[in-house]
Design a protein around this ligand. Structure first.
Ligand code: ADP
Ligand code: MG
Length: 474
């Protein structure tokens, strides 16, 4: 499974030269992020962290991940339309997790009022690691599926060019020519454009709902630019702007500053800290509107860790996707062991199992964005503490995936150049559009490879742990 550049990894002068070429290539190609010091200005920017070399990815698993993406799109969409399933699955969670409970209440409220929205747009990213079995054969195992604000579809489209340059500098032109082109931001924009078209108002705009702190703006601009290229107007607004200037007319059309909004694309709103009282009100206003929300609140709930755990119960997928036997088989093949910690005998047994052998598991709360999961000794301590409390049900337990590490250099501004033992996570972007009951688009839109040093159990690129990478298929 190794990539064919082990020979250069420890050749220090070659690595230094390649790293300086790599950084300049990243800046030229637009692998950019704003700085921590000035997160809301583009006067000073830096390169987004990335690996010096592409990482080896087994081609069979790469193909498997692409092949199951349309199935996952169907599944997420089916869950979002299944009120009973969401209600039943999240019942225990919303008793103890206030954030999920608030999302759920909005979901119920808009259903009771009757959905004004008739066009649905899903953009998700299904993430995987390559679990190394006892015989050393890697297997594709899903980490999670992100149904809101799945990012890096823009920046990742630019890393192949950077890594191609690096490989050439290192005398590996043949390998450079094998790197795959990849542009998720284009696929994402095609989905947004389709939803905008079906909404059916030429003068309406697409609204990107963005965070107060916008370090990752260039990633979003990649999607915006694709829309402008198709003559679709894009505005960028925060929850605060929606609270102050958003309104609905009698037909629940959404207006911002007098401009009609066809599509709301959330790059915000996935963690509790995104919300204060006004922002919750703004969220409710958006959800009640006729505008196409990407995602609507039901689809956001479909991406919770609790739903993921429930999907792994025998019979659940079959019930959610009746008649899709092959899709169910493909989806199941990617599942790792997932366990409920709900109150009761089953949960008691699972908690005892994890406490006895914490290194085999990951304990996950209902949170997104990295840095929330618990591992090893910390997992054991926390679980022991909450073992007999209802708080236990706000978590799920998952088998720990153990990939085979590989050596690489992680390039980060102001950090020393040093070789690290690394593992990678592959994400596949999915895009779909549904009008009423009819799926009018269902695609895999590209991939994202993120790599981190093994000493970090958790965390993504935005969390400062993982870096952007390019797969080199082996
Ligand atoms: P988040 O919503 O915070 O991104 P994830 O489930 O993706 O939550 O977990 C965050 C990170 O933790 C992942 O990117 C991965 O590095 C690590 N991780 C999560 N689940 C597992 C697992 N089952 N085995 C090993 N590592 C995991
Ligand atoms: Mg994740």
């Amino acid at each position: 499974m190794a990539a064919p550049w082990e020979d250069v990894l420890l050749n220090e002068p070659a690595v230094r030269e390649a790293a300086s070429v790599a950084v300049d290539a990243a800046l030229l190609e637009g692998v950019l992020m704003r700085t921590e010091g000035e997160p809301n200005a583009s006067d000073v920017v830096n390169y987004a962290p990335f690996t010096l070399l592409p990482s080896a990815v087994p081609s069979a698993l790469f193909e498997q991940a692409y092949a199951v993406q349309q199935d996952f799109n169907l599944l997420v969409d089916a869950i979002s339309q299944n009120k009973e399933f969401l209600e039943h699955t999240l019942a225990s969670t919303i008793k103890v997790d206030d954030f999920t409970a608030r999302l759920f209440r909005i979901h119920m409220q808009v259903l009771e009022e009757g959905l004004a929205q008739s066009v649905f747009l899903g953009i998700n990213r299904s993430d995987y690691m390559f679990d190394c079995g006892v015989d050393g054969t890697p297997a594709l195992k899903q980490i999670e599926i992100n149904t809101i604000a799945a990012s890096f579809g823009g920046l990742t489209s630019r890393t192949a060019a950077v890594h191609g340059r690096v490989l050439k500098v290192l005398g590996k032109s043949k390998e450079a020519s094998r790197l795959l082109p990849n542009n998720p931001s284009k696929g994402l924009a095609l989905g947004i454009a389709k939803a905008w078209e079906l909404y059916g108002s030429q003068s309406a705009v697409v609204m990107f709902l963005v965070e107060e702190v916008q370090r990752n703006i260039f990633d979003q601009r990649c999607v915006e630019n694709e829309l402008w290229d198709r003559n679709i107007r894009v505005i960028r607004k925060r929850f605060r702007d929606v609270f102050e200037k958003g309104s609905l007319d009698d037909a629940k059309r959404l207006y911002m500053d007098g401009q009609e909004v066809a599509v709301v694309y959330y790059r915000e709103g996935y963690v509790p800290k995104n919300y204060d009282r006004q922002n919750w009100e703004a969220r409710l206003l958006l959800e009640r509107s006729r505008a196409v929300k990407c995602p609507d609140i039901a689809t956001q709930l479909a991406g919770t860790k609790k739903v993921q755990q429930e999907l792994s119960r025998p019979g659940t997928l079959e019930r959610l996707l009746p008649g899709h036997t092959e899709a169910v088989t493909r989806i199941k093949a990617t599942f790792a062991g997932l366990y409920s910690l709900d109150t009761g005998e089953e949960g008691d047994k699972i908690a005892a199992m994890a406490i006895a052998d914490p290194d085999q598991f990951v304990l996950k709360p209902q949170r997104e964005g990295g840095g929330n999961n618990l591992y090893g000794e910390e997992l054991r301590q926390v679980l022991e503490k909450i073992r007999d409390s209802p708080e236990r049900t706000s978590y799920i337990l998952m088998d720990k995936i153990k990939p085979q590490p590989a050596m690489n250099y992680l390039l980060r501004a102001h950090s020393p150049l040093q070789v690290s033992e690394c593992i990678s996570e592959l994400g596949i972007f999915g895009v779909y559009v549904r009008q009423g009951k009819e799926m009018v688009m269902n695609e895999a839109a590209g991939h994202l490879l993120r790599t981190k040093a093994i000493e970090h159990a958790d965390g993504g690129v935005a969390a400062g742990v993982a870096v952007l990478d390019t797969p080199y298929l082996v």
